[in-house]
Write a protein that binds this ligand. Structure first.
Ligand code: LLP
Length: 429
């Protein structure tokens, strides 16, 4: 291989080579490694050994049922952003009481869907609290508060603070009380989420303090709080080949553990504490494999043309996100000499760039390319834009064997949703 030391170091592909996987399952292809996924779950669980700590996986990062099953086996609970995510979680074997539906601007039908399934429901505004009360009078509800602190790798993923649409303002406590009373609701939990991808824990810890000071009052007023959920946002090092440092989970865990333990001692709280990472759990267990079909020079710019477009991995186009790249070649050996190149896809837009102006070994036609750390916000954000079906997903199991965990979408799948699907499939399928 031309560049593979990172995946080699974790034996990412098990008993297979990436070339074999692409030959067997096609290109492009999402590949996940079970060992890495389990390791990340265990690292999050190790943040605190206080029995009140029940970490939650934020399923939006990757909802493949087979990955959810592994997360469930690891003893985590899960959240959901939509009825679709509730269904995926249930299908993976999570019990309703292990699922927290974190709603945001949802319809009455969606709220009703969650109520009927018996999952915990968090509401995000005073009006949605009122709507929930009308639908489920006498029920239990979780409220998402906005702690006034935000964090994140890009303005588009900062979800706390005054400039964002999220959460109930803690200053509206009076209206919250009145609305709870009007519908005879029990406030059974509070949650927050300040944003996605921090590498320094300070903002998170500060926001934890804010949420705890809010909840302290509710506990003191006698509300039977069962859930205090501090949200996700735990970052991962995307710049693998530059030796980017990992988030210091030991440091975060120490403060996390001390904070929750102290809160219990101080208040006699008997409920549970959650954090809610998505990316941290799922990103590094996944790569997106593709194939280089064409190389060209436009002036002094070199382009490696591949089947990896923003239809399969949206993050570089959407947030200018950096994903590291590996290059595999039959019989190839590690190359250290590099040149500036961009890896581009096959979508008819100039923003279809996976890796821009990178110093990489010279990519050749036929090479298999991996976009690393694509397990979170990869497949779930993929689309059949340009009518290119979405890729298949393969799991490298603990025994090193590969297993197909979702087949490739087909052109027939794309025809199948029209009212005249039968005729269309007959003629063009
Ligand atoms: N909890 C709530 C309420 C959230 O909205 C999110 C993410 C999470 C937890 C999990 O955050 P994480 O631990 O994964 O950072 N598509 C973007 C990320 C969007 C995150 C949205 N909310 C990306 O690819 O970077």
């Amino acid at each position: 291989n031309v560049r593979s030391s990172y995946t080699d170091s974790v034996n990412f592909y098990g008993n297979n080579t990436p070339m074999e996987l692409v030959k067997t399952y096609g290109s492009p292809l999402y590949v996940y490694n079970e060992n890495v996924l389990r390791t990340r779950c265990r690292e999050i669980q190790a943040l605190s050994d206080n029995p009140a700590f029940t970490p939650n996986y934020s399923a939006k990062a990757n909802t493949n049922i087979h990955l959810l099953k592994i997360v469930q086996e690891e003893g985590m609970v899960v959240d959901a952003m939509s009825p679709g995510e509730i269904v995926m979680n249930l299908a993976a074997g999570f019990k309703p009481e292990q699922i927290l539906f974190i709603s945001n601007n949802v319809s009455a039908e969606e709220l009703q869907f969650a109520i009927d399934r018996g999952v915990y429901v968090s509401v995000d505004s005073l009006s949605q609290l009122d709507l929930y009360g009308q639908l489920n009078p006498g029920g239990k509800v979780v409220i998402r508060f906005n702690p006034g602190i935000g964090a994140g790798h890009h303005a588009k993923v900062v979800t706390g603070g005054k400039l964002t649409k999220f959460g109930v303002n803690p200053e509206d406590a009076e209206t919250v009380r009145a609305t709870l009373a009007r519908h005879n609701l029990t406030l059974c939990g509070v949650n927050m989420h300040i944003g996605s991808l921090f590498m320094e824990p300070d903002g998170y810890l500060e926001a934890m303090g804010v949420l705890l000071s809010i909840v302290k009052e509710w506990v003191a007023e006698g509300h039977a709080i069962e859930i205090i959920d501090f949200g996700g946002g735990f970052g991962i090092p995307y710049r693998k080949y530059e030796g980017e440092e990992r988030l210091d989970l030991a440091k975060l865990g120490e403060a996390f553990h001390a904070t929750i333990t102290e809160f219990i001692e101080e208040t006699g709280y008997t409920g549970r504490f959650m954090c809610e990472p998505g990316r941290y759990i799922a990103a590094e267990c996944g790569v997106l494999l593709g194939t280089c079909y064409s190389v060209k020079n436009n002036g002094d710019k070199r382009f490696a043309g591949t089947d990896l477009g923003f239809n399969q991995l949206m993050r570089p186009a959407m947030y200018d996100s950096f994903h590291d790249v590996e290059i595999y070649r039959e019989g190839g050996s590690e190359v250290t000499e590099t040149m500036e190149q961009s890896i581009v896809g096959n979508i008819c837009e100039s923003g279809d760039i996976m890796a821009k102006d990178r110093q990489l070994p010279e990519i050749a036609e036929g090479d298999v390319i991996a976009m690393l750390d694509a397990g979170a916000y990869g497949y779930v954000m993929a689309s059949p834009y340009n009518q290119r079906p979405r890729p298949a997903e393969v799991l490298i199991q603990e025994n090193g064997e590969a297993r197909l965990i979702r087949r490739r979408e087909t052109l027939n799948d794309l025809l199948n949703m029209y009212p005249e699907a039968d005729a269309l499939l007959n003629e063009f399928g």
